[in-house]
Ligand binder design. Sequence first.
Ligand code: ADP
Length: 518
Amino acid sequence: MALLLGIDVGTSSTKEIVIDDSGRVVVTAASPHTLDQPHPGWSEQNPDQWWAATIAATREVTGRLGRRASEIAAVGMSGQMHGSVLLPRESLDGSGERAKPLRPAILWNDQRTAAQCDFIERAAGTRRRLVEMVGNAALPGFTLPKLLWLRENEPESWRRTAMVLLPKDYVRLRLTGLAATDVGDGAGTLLLDVDRRTWNIEAMRLFDIDPTLLPPVLESAAPAGTVTAWAAAQTGLPAGIPVAAGSGDNQCGAVGAGVVEAGVALATLGTSGVLYAHANSPRRDLGPDERSVGRIHTMCASDGHVARTGQWCLTGCMLSAGGSLQWVRDRLFPGESVESLIADAANAPPGCEGLVFLPHLTGERCPHPDPLARGAWVGLTSRHSRAHLVRSVLEGVTFTMRSILDIFIEAGIDASTVRLGGGGARSKFWRQMQADIYARPVCLPNTEEGPALGAALLGGVAAGVWESVPAACRACIHITETHDPDVAAADRYEPVRRVYDSLYPSLRETFHALALGH
Ligand code: ADP
Protein backbone atom coordinates (compact mmCIF):
# COMPACT_ATOMS: atom_id res chain seq x y z
CA MET A 1 0.00 0.00 0.00
CA ALA A 2 1.34 3.45 -0.91
CA LEU A 3 2.02 5.82 1.97
CA LEU A 4 2.20 9.57 1.34
CA LEU A 5 4.01 12.21 3.38
CA GLY A 6 2.78 15.82 3.64
CA ILE A 7 5.14 18.46 5.04
CA ASP A 8 3.75 21.85 6.13
CA VAL A 9 6.45 24.46 6.83
CA GLY A 10 4.41 26.64 9.21
CA THR A 11 5.39 29.71 11.21
CA SER A 12 5.40 28.11 14.65
CA SER A 13 6.42 24.60 13.55
CA THR A 14 6.90 22.15 10.73
CA LYS A 15 4.02 19.68 10.78
CA GLU A 16 4.06 16.34 9.01
CA ILE A 17 1.45 13.70 8.30
CA VAL A 18 1.61 10.29 6.66
CA ILE A 19 -1.59 8.90 5.14
CA ASP A 20 -2.37 5.73 3.24
CA ASP A 21 -4.16 5.72 -0.09
CA SER A 22 -7.59 5.67 1.58
CA GLY A 23 -6.71 8.89 3.41
CA ARG A 24 -6.30 7.20 6.79
CA VAL A 25 -3.82 9.02 9.02
CA VAL A 26 -0.98 6.65 9.85
CA VAL A 27 1.36 8.93 11.80
CA THR A 28 1.91 12.66 12.50
CA ALA A 29 4.82 14.63 13.91
CA ALA A 30 5.82 18.26 14.46
CA SER A 31 9.01 20.14 15.24
CA PRO A 32 8.95 23.76 16.49
CA HIS A 33 10.51 26.92 15.02
CA THR A 34 11.46 30.13 16.75
CA LEU A 35 10.57 33.57 15.43
CA ASP A 36 13.03 36.49 15.43
CA GLN A 37 11.83 40.07 15.80
CA PRO A 38 15.01 42.14 15.37
CA HIS A 39 12.95 45.39 15.41
CA PRO A 40 9.33 46.12 16.37
CA GLY A 41 7.13 45.02 13.44
CA TRP A 42 9.86 42.88 11.84
CA SER A 43 9.54 39.12 11.64
CA GLU A 44 12.25 36.77 10.39
CA GLN A 45 13.26 33.11 10.48
CA ASN A 46 16.44 31.40 9.43
CA PRO A 47 15.53 28.90 6.67
CA ASP A 48 18.11 26.45 8.08
CA GLN A 49 15.70 26.10 10.99
CA TRP A 50 12.98 24.83 8.64
CA TRP A 51 15.34 22.23 7.24
CA ALA A 52 16.44 21.16 10.72
CA ALA A 53 12.75 20.89 11.75
CA THR A 54 11.98 18.89 8.59
CA ILE A 55 14.80 16.47 9.38
CA ALA A 56 13.60 16.11 12.99
CA ALA A 57 9.92 15.60 12.10
CA THR A 58 10.68 13.27 9.17
CA ARG A 59 13.05 11.17 11.28
CA GLU A 60 10.32 10.87 13.88
CA VAL A 61 7.80 9.82 11.23
CA THR A 62 10.11 7.34 9.52
CA GLY A 63 11.31 6.02 12.88
CA ARG A 64 7.75 5.34 14.01
CA LEU A 65 6.90 3.70 10.69
CA GLY A 66 9.90 1.38 10.99
CA ARG A 67 10.11 -0.94 7.99
CA ARG A 68 6.95 0.61 6.53
CA ALA A 69 8.94 3.83 5.86
CA SER A 70 10.02 2.13 2.62
CA GLU A 71 6.35 2.25 1.51
CA ILE A 72 6.40 6.08 1.38
CA ALA A 73 5.77 6.67 -2.32
CA ALA A 74 5.75 10.46 -2.52
CA VAL A 75 6.07 13.72 -0.60
CA GLY A 76 4.02 16.93 -0.95
CA MET A 77 4.93 20.38 0.35
CA SER A 78 2.82 23.11 1.99
CA GLY A 79 4.13 26.23 3.65
CA GLN A 80 3.69 29.69 5.07
CA MET A 81 3.42 31.96 2.06
CA HIS A 82 5.32 35.09 0.94
CA GLY A 83 8.59 34.62 2.92
CA SER A 84 11.76 35.66 1.03
CA VAL A 85 14.68 33.22 0.92
CA LEU A 86 17.74 34.72 -0.85
CA LEU A 87 20.28 32.20 -2.17
CA PRO A 88 23.75 32.73 -3.65
CA ARG A 89 24.95 30.93 -6.78
CA GLU A 90 26.86 28.29 -4.73
CA SER A 91 23.51 27.07 -3.31
CA LEU A 92 22.32 26.02 -6.72
CA ASP A 93 24.76 23.21 -7.52
CA GLY A 94 21.96 20.66 -8.02
CA SER A 95 22.69 18.73 -4.82
CA GLY A 96 20.64 20.58 -2.17
CA GLU A 97 23.48 19.90 0.26
CA ARG A 98 25.10 23.31 0.17
CA ALA A 99 21.98 25.53 -0.01
CA LYS A 100 22.78 28.32 2.47
CA PRO A 101 20.63 31.47 2.55
CA LEU A 102 22.36 34.85 2.43
CA ARG A 103 20.28 36.21 5.31
CA PRO A 104 17.20 35.19 7.34
CA ALA A 105 13.89 35.02 5.47
CA ILE A 106 11.54 37.98 5.95
CA LEU A 107 8.15 36.45 6.79
CA TRP A 108 4.51 36.98 5.79
CA ASN A 109 3.73 38.88 9.00
CA ASP A 110 6.61 41.40 8.74
CA GLN A 111 5.44 45.02 8.59
CA ARG A 112 8.56 46.91 7.44
CA THR A 113 7.59 47.53 3.82
CA ALA A 114 4.80 50.14 3.90
CA ALA A 115 6.90 52.57 1.78
CA GLN A 116 7.65 49.87 -0.82
CA CYS A 117 3.92 49.01 -1.03
CA ASP A 118 3.12 52.69 -1.75
CA PHE A 119 5.85 52.72 -4.38
CA ILE A 120 4.48 49.54 -6.05
CA GLU A 121 1.00 51.03 -6.26
CA ARG A 122 2.31 54.32 -7.68
CA ALA A 123 4.52 52.52 -10.19
CA ALA A 124 1.51 50.50 -11.38
CA GLY A 125 -0.53 53.76 -11.68
CA THR A 126 -3.41 52.85 -9.37
CA ARG A 127 -4.31 50.02 -7.02
CA ARG A 128 -6.94 48.93 -9.53
CA ARG A 129 -4.28 48.69 -12.25
CA LEU A 130 -2.04 46.65 -9.94
CA VAL A 131 -4.89 44.24 -9.14
CA GLU A 132 -5.60 43.91 -12.85
CA MET A 133 -1.93 43.15 -13.53
CA VAL A 134 -1.04 40.71 -10.71
CA GLY A 135 -4.43 39.83 -9.12
CA ASN A 136 -3.64 41.45 -5.77
CA ALA A 137 -3.05 44.74 -3.99
CA ALA A 138 0.37 45.32 -2.39
CA LEU A 139 0.40 44.28 1.27
CA PRO A 140 3.54 44.50 3.45
CA GLY A 141 3.49 40.71 3.87
CA PHE A 142 3.82 39.92 0.15
CA THR A 143 7.19 39.01 -1.39
CA LEU A 144 7.82 41.79 -3.93
CA PRO A 145 7.80 44.64 -1.35
CA LYS A 146 10.35 42.65 0.68
CA LEU A 147 12.61 42.27 -2.38
CA LEU A 148 12.46 46.02 -3.02
CA TRP A 149 13.26 46.67 0.66
CA LEU A 150 16.26 44.30 0.51
CA ARG A 151 17.52 45.89 -2.70
CA GLU A 152 17.39 49.35 -1.08
CA ASN A 153 18.59 48.47 2.39
CA GLU A 154 20.93 45.51 1.95
CA PRO A 155 22.49 46.03 -1.50
CA GLU A 156 25.35 43.61 -0.70
CA SER A 157 22.99 40.63 -0.01
CA TRP A 158 20.90 41.61 -3.02
CA ARG A 159 23.96 41.76 -5.29
CA ARG A 160 24.93 38.21 -4.28
CA THR A 161 21.40 36.82 -4.75
CA ALA A 162 21.14 34.29 -7.59
CA MET A 163 17.70 32.91 -6.67
CA VAL A 164 14.69 33.91 -4.56
CA LEU A 165 12.67 31.03 -3.11
CA LEU A 166 9.55 30.78 -0.94
CA PRO A 167 9.73 28.87 2.38
CA LYS A 168 8.47 25.42 1.35
CA ASP A 169 10.49 25.66 -1.89
CA TYR A 170 13.69 26.08 0.11
CA VAL A 171 12.92 22.87 2.02
CA ARG A 172 12.17 21.09 -1.27
CA LEU A 173 15.48 22.36 -2.72
CA ARG A 174 17.24 20.63 0.17
CA LEU A 175 15.24 17.42 -0.38
CA THR A 176 15.66 17.23 -4.15
CA GLY A 177 18.52 19.55 -5.15
CA LEU A 178 16.17 21.38 -7.54
CA ALA A 179 14.75 24.90 -7.31
CA ALA A 180 11.08 25.33 -8.26
CA THR A 181 7.87 26.93 -7.03
CA ASP A 182 4.18 26.43 -7.71
CA VAL A 183 1.48 28.68 -9.12
CA GLY A 184 -0.28 29.19 -5.76
CA ASP A 185 2.73 30.32 -3.75
CA GLY A 186 3.96 32.21 -6.83
CA ALA A 187 0.77 34.30 -6.82
CA GLY A 188 1.70 35.57 -3.34
CA THR A 189 4.85 37.24 -4.68
CA LEU A 190 2.99 39.92 -6.76
CA LEU A 191 5.15 38.78 -9.69
CA LEU A 192 2.90 36.11 -11.22
CA ASP A 193 0.57 36.42 -14.17
CA VAL A 194 -2.30 34.81 -12.27
CA ASP A 195 -4.42 34.37 -15.42
CA ARG A 196 -1.70 32.57 -17.42
CA ARG A 197 -0.05 30.89 -14.43
CA THR A 198 3.48 31.95 -15.46
CA TRP A 199 5.85 34.66 -14.25
CA ASN A 200 4.62 38.14 -15.11
CA ILE A 201 7.17 39.74 -17.41
CA GLU A 202 5.33 43.10 -17.38
CA ALA A 203 5.53 43.27 -13.56
CA MET A 204 9.19 42.20 -13.55
CA ARG A 205 10.07 44.93 -16.03
CA LEU A 206 8.09 47.54 -14.10
CA PHE A 207 9.79 46.71 -10.79
CA ASP A 208 13.17 45.90 -12.35
CA ILE A 209 13.33 42.31 -11.09
CA ASP A 210 15.60 40.04 -13.16
CA PRO A 211 13.48 37.02 -14.26
CA THR A 212 16.43 34.67 -13.75
CA LEU A 213 16.12 35.27 -9.99
CA LEU A 214 12.91 33.23 -9.92
CA PRO A 215 12.64 29.43 -10.25
CA PRO A 216 10.49 27.51 -12.74
CA VAL A 217 6.80 27.65 -11.76
CA LEU A 218 4.78 24.41 -11.77
CA GLU A 219 1.23 23.26 -11.09
CA SER A 220 0.89 22.16 -7.45
CA ALA A 221 0.47 18.40 -7.99
CA ALA A 222 3.30 18.21 -10.55
CA PRO A 223 6.48 16.43 -9.44
CA ALA A 224 9.24 18.96 -8.76
CA GLY A 225 12.16 16.57 -8.23
CA THR A 226 12.97 13.38 -6.36
CA VAL A 227 14.52 12.83 -2.91
CA THR A 228 18.32 12.68 -3.26
CA ALA A 229 20.46 9.99 -1.65
CA TRP A 230 21.92 12.68 0.64
CA ALA A 231 18.44 13.88 1.78
CA ALA A 232 17.32 10.25 2.18
CA ALA A 233 20.23 9.65 4.56
CA GLN A 234 19.33 12.80 6.54
CA THR A 235 15.62 12.02 6.89
CA GLY A 236 15.07 8.25 6.61
CA LEU A 237 12.94 8.73 3.47
CA PRO A 238 13.41 6.35 0.51
CA ALA A 239 15.71 7.93 -2.11
CA GLY A 240 14.22 8.62 -5.54
CA ILE A 241 10.56 9.20 -4.55
CA PRO A 242 8.85 12.24 -6.17
CA VAL A 243 8.26 15.48 -4.28
CA ALA A 244 5.23 17.44 -5.53
CA ALA A 245 5.50 21.20 -6.03
CA GLY A 246 2.78 21.69 -3.39
CA SER A 247 1.45 25.15 -2.51
CA GLY A 248 0.82 27.81 0.10
CA ASP A 249 -0.89 26.76 3.33
CA ASN A 250 -4.26 28.28 2.38
CA GLN A 251 -4.41 26.35 -0.90
CA CYS A 252 -3.17 23.11 0.67
CA GLY A 253 -5.63 23.57 3.55
CA ALA A 254 -8.42 23.77 0.96
CA VAL A 255 -7.23 20.51 -0.65
CA GLY A 256 -7.16 18.95 2.84
CA ALA A 257 -10.80 19.99 3.33
CA GLY A 258 -11.80 18.82 -0.15
CA VAL A 259 -12.49 22.35 -1.49
CA VAL A 260 -11.19 21.92 -5.05
CA GLU A 261 -14.18 22.65 -7.25
CA ALA A 262 -16.25 25.78 -7.93
CA GLY A 263 -19.39 26.23 -5.82
CA VAL A 264 -17.78 25.45 -2.46
CA ALA A 265 -16.15 27.83 0.01
CA LEU A 266 -14.17 27.11 3.16
CA ALA A 267 -14.55 29.23 6.31
CA THR A 268 -11.70 28.65 8.76
CA LEU A 269 -12.10 30.22 12.20
CA GLY A 270 -8.67 30.00 13.83
CA THR A 271 -7.03 32.94 15.58
CA SER A 272 -7.73 34.81 12.35
CA GLY A 273 -10.66 33.99 10.09
CA VAL A 274 -10.06 33.00 6.49
CA LEU A 275 -12.66 32.62 3.80
CA TYR A 276 -11.48 30.67 0.76
CA ALA A 277 -13.43 29.88 -2.39
CA HIS A 278 -12.48 27.80 -5.38
CA ALA A 279 -13.15 29.63 -8.68
CA ASN A 280 -13.21 28.48 -12.29
CA SER A 281 -11.87 31.83 -13.52
CA PRO A 282 -9.42 34.35 -11.99
CA ARG A 283 -12.03 36.76 -10.65
CA ARG A 284 -10.73 39.93 -9.02
CA ASP A 285 -11.98 42.29 -6.32
CA LEU A 286 -12.21 45.60 -8.17
CA GLY A 287 -14.28 47.05 -5.30
CA PRO A 288 -16.88 49.83 -5.30
CA ASP A 289 -14.16 52.51 -4.93
CA GLU A 290 -10.34 52.79 -5.14
CA ARG A 291 -9.88 52.32 -1.35
CA SER A 292 -11.75 48.99 -1.42
CA VAL A 293 -10.02 47.50 -4.46
CA GLY A 294 -8.12 44.28 -3.63
CA ARG A 295 -9.76 43.51 -0.24
CA ILE A 296 -9.64 39.84 -1.22
CA HIS A 297 -6.81 38.05 -2.98
CA THR A 298 -6.92 36.26 -6.32
CA MET A 299 -4.54 33.30 -6.37
CA CYS A 300 -4.03 30.05 -8.28
CA ALA A 301 -5.62 26.96 -6.73
CA SER A 302 -3.80 23.65 -6.20
CA ASP A 303 -5.89 21.43 -8.43
CA GLY A 304 -3.48 21.30 -11.39
CA HIS A 305 -0.90 18.65 -12.25
CA VAL A 306 1.27 17.81 -15.25
CA ALA A 307 -1.64 16.81 -17.46
CA ARG A 308 -4.21 19.39 -16.30
CA THR A 309 -3.99 23.14 -15.74
CA GLY A 310 -5.53 24.12 -12.43
CA GLN A 311 -8.13 26.76 -11.59
CA TRP A 312 -8.16 29.70 -9.16
CA CYS A 313 -9.11 30.66 -5.64
CA LEU A 314 -10.11 33.77 -3.74
CA THR A 315 -9.12 34.37 -0.13
CA GLY A 316 -10.09 37.01 2.41
CA CYS A 317 -8.68 37.24 5.92
CA MET A 318 -10.13 38.92 9.02
CA LEU A 319 -7.50 39.31 11.71
CA SER A 320 -9.29 38.52 15.02
CA ALA A 321 -11.85 35.73 14.67
CA GLY A 322 -11.22 32.99 17.26
CA GLY A 323 -8.77 35.60 18.58
CA SER A 324 -11.72 37.81 19.66
CA LEU A 325 -13.31 34.93 21.58
CA GLN A 326 -9.96 34.10 23.11
CA TRP A 327 -9.58 37.77 24.16
CA VAL A 328 -12.98 37.78 25.91
CA ARG A 329 -12.07 34.56 27.68
CA ASP A 330 -8.57 35.64 28.71
CA ARG A 331 -9.30 39.27 29.69
CA LEU A 332 -12.89 39.28 30.92
CA PHE A 333 -13.59 35.74 32.08
CA PRO A 334 -10.22 34.20 32.94
CA GLY A 335 -10.45 30.69 34.31
CA GLU A 336 -13.58 29.90 32.26
CA SER A 337 -13.34 27.44 29.40
CA VAL A 338 -14.26 28.55 25.88
CA GLU A 339 -16.81 25.70 25.87
CA SER A 340 -18.59 26.94 29.02
CA LEU A 341 -18.69 30.53 27.71
CA ILE A 342 -20.25 29.33 24.45
CA ALA A 343 -22.79 27.23 26.40
CA ASP A 344 -23.77 30.38 28.31
CA ALA A 345 -23.95 32.44 25.07
CA ALA A 346 -26.79 30.17 23.94
CA ASN A 347 -28.91 31.74 26.73
CA ALA A 348 -28.97 35.09 24.88
CA PRO A 349 -31.25 35.40 21.82
CA PRO A 350 -30.04 35.93 18.20
CA GLY A 351 -29.15 39.62 17.81
CA CYS A 352 -28.32 39.89 21.54
CA GLU A 353 -31.19 42.30 22.22
CA GLY A 354 -29.52 45.17 20.42
CA LEU A 355 -25.87 44.53 21.31
CA VAL A 356 -23.36 44.46 18.44
CA PHE A 357 -19.63 43.66 18.62
CA LEU A 358 -17.03 44.83 16.08
CA PRO A 359 -14.09 42.37 16.13
CA HIS A 360 -11.31 44.58 14.73
CA LEU A 361 -9.18 44.14 17.88
CA THR A 362 -5.83 44.07 16.02
CA GLY A 363 -6.80 46.41 13.18
CA GLU A 364 -8.41 44.81 10.15
CA ARG A 365 -7.51 43.46 6.75
CA CYS A 366 -10.76 42.24 5.21
CA PRO A 367 -13.48 43.43 4.66
CA HIS A 368 -11.96 46.77 5.78
CA PRO A 369 -8.26 47.07 4.90
CA ASP A 370 -7.46 49.40 7.83
CA PRO A 371 -4.72 48.80 10.43
CA LEU A 372 -6.31 51.57 12.55
CA ALA A 373 -9.75 49.89 12.71
CA ARG A 374 -10.67 49.08 16.31
CA GLY A 375 -13.04 46.80 18.21
CA ALA A 376 -16.24 48.01 19.89
CA TRP A 377 -19.39 46.95 21.67
CA VAL A 378 -22.24 49.16 20.50
CA GLY A 379 -25.67 49.23 22.11
CA LEU A 380 -24.78 48.12 25.66
CA THR A 381 -27.53 48.45 28.24
CA SER A 382 -27.78 47.36 31.87
CA ARG A 383 -29.92 44.43 30.74
CA HIS A 384 -27.02 42.81 28.96
CA SER A 385 -25.27 39.91 30.68
CA ARG A 386 -22.21 37.78 30.14
CA ALA A 387 -24.26 35.59 27.78
CA HIS A 388 -24.97 38.66 25.60
CA LEU A 389 -21.32 39.77 25.64
CA VAL A 390 -20.04 36.37 24.50
CA ARG A 391 -22.81 35.75 21.99
CA SER A 392 -22.30 39.20 20.44
CA VAL A 393 -18.62 38.36 19.93
CA LEU A 394 -19.54 35.13 18.09
CA GLU A 395 -22.09 37.07 16.04
CA GLY A 396 -19.72 39.97 15.27
CA VAL A 397 -17.03 37.57 14.02
CA THR A 398 -19.59 35.67 11.93
CA PHE A 399 -21.06 38.92 10.48
CA THR A 400 -17.51 39.89 9.44
CA MET A 401 -17.00 36.52 7.71
CA ARG A 402 -20.40 37.04 5.99
CA SER A 403 -19.23 40.46 4.73
CA ILE A 404 -16.20 38.74 3.19
CA LEU A 405 -18.52 36.15 1.62
CA ASP A 406 -20.56 39.04 0.15
CA ILE A 407 -17.40 40.45 -1.49
CA PHE A 408 -16.76 37.01 -3.04
CA ILE A 409 -20.31 36.96 -4.37
CA GLU A 410 -19.92 40.52 -5.77
CA ALA A 411 -16.78 39.25 -7.53
CA GLY A 412 -18.94 36.59 -9.20
CA ILE A 413 -18.22 33.56 -7.01
CA ASP A 414 -20.88 30.92 -6.57
CA ALA A 415 -20.57 29.46 -3.06
CA SER A 416 -23.72 27.47 -2.44
CA THR A 417 -22.23 25.58 0.50
CA VAL A 418 -19.55 26.46 3.01
CA ARG A 419 -17.23 23.91 4.62
CA LEU A 420 -15.97 24.75 8.09
CA GLY A 421 -12.54 24.45 9.66
CA GLY A 422 -10.34 25.81 12.47
CA GLY A 423 -10.91 25.78 16.23
CA GLY A 424 -14.24 27.65 15.83
CA ALA A 425 -15.74 24.68 13.96
CA ARG A 426 -15.47 22.58 17.13
CA SER A 427 -18.58 24.27 18.52
CA LYS A 428 -21.94 22.98 17.27
CA PHE A 429 -23.58 26.21 18.40
CA TRP A 430 -21.14 28.33 16.34
CA ARG A 431 -21.54 25.99 13.34
CA GLN A 432 -25.33 26.54 13.37
CA MET A 433 -24.79 30.31 13.79
CA GLN A 434 -22.55 30.25 10.71
CA ALA A 435 -25.26 28.47 8.68
CA ASP A 436 -27.87 31.04 9.82
CA ILE A 437 -25.68 34.10 9.13
CA TYR A 438 -24.11 32.84 5.89
CA ALA A 439 -27.67 31.83 4.81
CA ARG A 440 -26.29 28.61 3.33
CA PRO A 441 -25.81 25.03 4.46
CA VAL A 442 -22.48 24.58 6.24
CA CYS A 443 -20.73 21.24 6.56
CA LEU A 444 -17.92 19.63 8.44
CA PRO A 445 -15.38 17.43 6.64
CA ASN A 446 -13.91 14.31 8.28
CA THR A 447 -10.45 15.89 8.30
CA GLU A 448 -8.78 18.33 10.68
CA GLU A 449 -5.18 18.08 9.53
CA GLY A 450 -5.53 20.82 6.91
CA PRO A 451 -2.44 21.91 4.96
CA ALA A 452 -0.19 18.91 5.69
CA LEU A 453 -2.97 16.54 4.60
CA GLY A 454 -3.55 18.57 1.42
CA ALA A 455 0.19 18.40 0.70
CA ALA A 456 0.16 14.59 1.13
CA LEU A 457 -2.75 14.34 -1.35
CA LEU A 458 -0.82 16.49 -3.86
CA GLY A 459 2.13 14.10 -3.41
CA GLY A 460 -0.21 11.18 -4.18
CA VAL A 461 -1.32 12.79 -7.44
CA ALA A 462 2.32 13.51 -8.38
CA ALA A 463 3.11 9.80 -7.83
CA GLY A 464 0.10 8.64 -9.88
CA VAL A 465 -1.86 7.21 -6.91
CA TRP A 466 -4.85 9.32 -8.06
CA GLU A 467 -5.46 10.74 -11.51
CA SER A 468 -6.31 14.25 -10.28
CA VAL A 469 -6.60 16.39 -7.15
CA PRO A 470 -10.44 16.23 -7.09
CA ALA A 471 -10.17 12.41 -7.43
CA ALA A 472 -7.78 12.32 -4.44
CA CYS A 473 -10.24 14.41 -2.41
CA ARG A 474 -13.17 12.19 -3.39
CA ALA A 475 -11.21 9.12 -2.26
CA CYS A 476 -10.19 10.51 1.13
CA ILE A 477 -12.53 13.30 2.27
CA HIS A 478 -16.21 13.16 3.10
CA ILE A 479 -18.76 15.25 4.98
CA THR A 480 -19.62 14.15 8.50
CA GLU A 481 -22.25 16.73 9.41
CA THR A 482 -24.37 19.39 7.66
CA HIS A 483 -26.25 22.30 9.27
CA ASP A 484 -29.02 23.92 7.23
CA PRO A 485 -29.85 27.56 7.94
CA ASP A 486 -32.76 28.03 10.36
CA VAL A 487 -35.03 30.53 8.62
CA ALA A 488 -36.48 31.99 11.84
CA ALA A 489 -33.03 32.62 13.35
CA ALA A 490 -31.73 34.02 10.04
CA ASP A 491 -34.62 36.54 10.02
CA ARG A 492 -33.72 37.67 13.52
CA TYR A 493 -30.07 38.22 12.55
CA GLU A 494 -30.85 40.25 9.44
CA PRO A 495 -31.75 43.64 11.01
CA VAL A 496 -28.78 43.39 13.39
CA ARG A 497 -26.47 42.54 10.53
CA ARG A 498 -27.62 45.70 8.69
CA VAL A 499 -26.70 47.75 11.78
CA TYR A 500 -23.36 45.91 11.98
CA ASP A 501 -22.68 46.75 8.31
CA SER A 502 -23.25 50.46 8.97
CA LEU A 503 -20.99 50.65 12.04
CA TYR A 504 -17.46 50.51 10.61
CA PRO A 505 -18.11 53.22 7.99
CA SER A 506 -19.64 55.52 10.61
CA LEU A 507 -16.94 54.84 13.23
CA ARG A 508 -13.93 54.89 10.88
CA GLU A 509 -12.87 58.48 11.62
CA THR A 510 -13.47 57.91 15.33
CA PHE A 511 -11.25 54.82 15.29
CA HIS A 512 -8.51 56.74 13.51
CA ALA A 513 -8.70 59.63 15.99
CA LEU A 514 -8.54 57.19 18.92
CA ALA A 515 -5.69 55.18 17.39
CA LEU A 516 -3.63 58.27 16.55
CA GLY A 517 -4.38 59.95 19.88
CA HIS A 518 -6.14 63.10 18.61
P1 ADP B 1 -4.76 28.83 15.19
O1 ADP B 1 -5.14 29.84 14.16
O2 ADP B 1 -4.14 29.50 16.38
O3 ADP B 1 -4.04 27.63 14.69
P2 ADP B 1 -7.11 27.12 15.84
O4 ADP B 1 -7.64 26.71 14.52
O5 ADP B 1 -6.57 26.09 16.77
O6 ADP B 1 -6.15 28.36 15.77
O7 ADP B 1 -8.33 27.88 16.59
C1 ADP B 1 -8.13 28.55 17.81
C2 ADP B 1 -9.39 29.35 18.16
O8 ADP B 1 -10.50 28.44 18.24
C3 ADP B 1 -9.29 30.00 19.51
O9 ADP B 1 -8.87 31.33 19.37
C4 ADP B 1 -10.70 29.90 20.11
O10 ADP B 1 -11.37 31.15 19.99
C5 ADP B 1 -11.42 28.92 19.23
N1 ADP B 1 -11.85 27.73 19.99
C6 ADP B 1 -11.10 26.94 20.79
N2 ADP B 1 -11.86 25.95 21.31
C7 ADP B 1 -13.10 26.12 20.82
C8 ADP B 1 -14.35 25.43 20.97
N3 ADP B 1 -14.46 24.35 21.74
N4 ADP B 1 -15.41 25.91 20.31
C9 ADP B 1 -15.31 27.00 19.52
N5 ADP B 1 -14.18 27.70 19.36
C10 ADP B 1 -13.09 27.26 19.98
